[in-house]
Design a protein around this ligand. Structure first.
Ligand code: PLP
Length: 420
């Protein structure tokens, strides 16, 4: 690029934006994929990203497929959408979420979004628009929040999730981090990356802490109802009368259709705090200038949410329960790995690496690069989700491939073990 042209030199900014994008799961996985041995005759096994849609045992329900076809063929949804989303879709989402809540949500509380990802984009952009604002994020967490914040130049402060307490929020840290410029805290339950599920009691404490600090809670519930341990799924919005809650979700995970890009953002704010603070107006303004979910996919939402039968959900849960079991028990066999908490929800688990038992592996990224190269197995290095020298293993994989992938990891660890 020509030098001296002030408006033209974008290189420093490009570097910053590049660094933000490289932080996402997608960014790290792409780097690992480059390491795959193209000559290798064995096929690649992907335990790095939660998209099981390609496996027959995770195929979505025909109810959802029919809903999409019917909506398209009806010719009722060829029009532009309204910016908040079409009313039948918002009404169906309000009803779907209300069934777990003490109070009915109104369609006016609902915004239809391009997956949960756009909900993250909207809320981070809105918070970042206030000069000096900061947000509290969990560590480990879902790196899209950090990447989006970096893009919007929003200050991020991290609180720990505590492995010895089943990955509960370190609420003392939350109190210590917050100041008068803190706007909100994010929680993810069922949890990505830890596979944990917050109890009613813990969420109650989260709500009380947030109220004390005068902040609101962003509840990422993209894995809603995907639980298979002893703890039921409890939505954060149950505590909306204690503290305002913005719930974000989608059909990507529960219906295994991440490519359909249907999600939502919902305010639970019976005391009108978000409304009075101007946050609601800011959200409306932002979505007015961003793109909408394709109208016909919105047209399919009522049928998808209302007609899907329990058998489909319980099949998916049983498969995940089984694969979580396979994952946990195989990891237990590996001396250099420790999974402090058996996954009880979502699609992934966090595993701690004991590098002192390995030779010629310098850190988590080195482990993942060599694993990709030698075994054609992809797992996510922990640094990408905020915990260096850990791994995130996605178990939402067809059981035979998962077993094979984990066996290759066992071989890899044996081969690289330090000689006693
Ligand atoms: C997958 C995921 C998302 C993104 O969901 P989409 O609906 O696919 O956009 C958001 N948050 C978490 C924690 C996720 O795991």
């Amino acid at each position: 690029m020509e030098k001296g042209r002030k408006g033209g030199d974008y290189r420093e900014t490009a570097e910053q934006l590049n660094a933000a994008a490289a932080m996402t799961v997608r960014g790290v996985v792409e780097a690992l994929m480059e390491k795959l041995d193209k000559e290798e005759s064995r096929c690649m096994i992907h335990l790095g990203q939660g998209d099981p849609s390609a496996f027959p045992c995770f195929r979505t329900t025909p109810v959802a497929e029919d809903a999409m076809v019917d909506a398209l063929r009806s010719a009722k949804f060829n029009c532009y959408s309204s910016s908040v989303g079409i009313l039948p879709a918002r009404r169906a989402i309000a009803e779907y979420l209300s069934s777990d809540l003490p109070e009915e949500l109104s369609p006016d509380d609902v915004y239809v979004t391009v997956g949960c990802t756009q909900a993250i984009e909207i809320i981070i952009s809105v918070i970042a628009a206030r000069p000096g604002a900061n947000i509290l994020l969990p560590k480990p967490g879902y790196p899209m929040y950090e990447a989006r914040s970096a893009f919007s130049k929003l200050e991020v402060r991290h609180f720990d999730l505590l492995p010895e307490k089943g990955w509960e929020v370190d609420l003392d840290a939350v109190e210590a981090l917050a100041d008068e410029n803190t706007v909100a805290m994010v929680i993810v339950s069922p949890g990505n990356p830890c596979g944990n599920v917050f109890t009613h009691q813990h969420l109650n404490k989260v709500a009380e802490t947030a109220r004390k600090l005068g902040i609101f809670v962003i509840a990422d519930e993209v894995y809603d109802h995907l639980v298979f341990g002893n703890k039921p799924f409890v939505p954060m919005a149950k505590f909306g009368s204690i503290v305002p809650v913005i719930t974000m979700g989608s059909i990507s995970k529960r219906w295994i259709v991440p490519g359909w890009r249907i999600g939502w953002m919902v305010t639970s704010d019976p005391n009108g705090i978000l409304k009075n603070s101007g946050i609601v107006d800011s959200i409306k303004s932002y979505i007015n200038i961003s793109s909408d979910v394709a109208t016909f996919t919105q047209g399919a939402i009522p049928q998808i949410l209302e007609k899907t039968n329990e058998d489909f959900f319980s099949n998916i849960i049983n498969t995940l329960k089984r694969t979580a079991e396979i994952c946990y028990s195989k990891i237990k066999e590996i001396p250099c790995m420790d999974c402090p908490q058996k996954p009880e929800g979502s699609m992934s688990a966090m595993v701690k690496l004991n590098l002192s038992l390995l030779q010629d592996i310098s850190d988590d990224m080195d482990f993942c690069l060599k694993l990709a190269e030698e075994e054609s197995v992809i797992v996510l290095p922990g640094f990408a989700v905020g915990l260096k020298n850990w791994l995130r293993i996605t178990f939402a994989v067809e059981p035979a491939s998962l077993g094979e992938g984990l066996n290759r990891i066992i071989d890899f660890c044996k081969r690289h073990a330090k000689q006693q």
